[in-house]
Design a protein around this ligand. Sequence first.
Ligand SMILES: [Mg+2]
Length: 121
Amino acid sequence: MLKLLVVDDEEEICDFLRIFFEERNFKVSTALSGEEALRKVEVEQPDVCLLDIKMPGLDGIQVLKEVKRRYPKIKVIMVTAIETTEKIEEAVRIGADNYITKPLSLEYLEKDVHQKISDVA
Ligand SMILES: [Mg+2]
């Protein structure tokens, strides 16, 4: 079973994405902060991480840096509501595998998660 880690400081988004991907046979865990995300990445070694950019404390860019440094094989898809492309460009430079913007298109997201996993296989 493929493992997905959803990271977002908004609990409703975590729950929403968890249910969506569990229905599609992923093993999903969630983290509500960057700090929690790094702990879960270490313990669970997910295949794909959906990572919110804007979070209090450690933000998505900082988490991305750490994840890519320690576990370069984990695919990271940034999730952002931020209109400016600046953060997205920074994330891509650091090694983000893709990004999607809120409001989320679940159809696109599901396709992209599958795509990223088949890149690994
Ligand atoms: Mg947020």
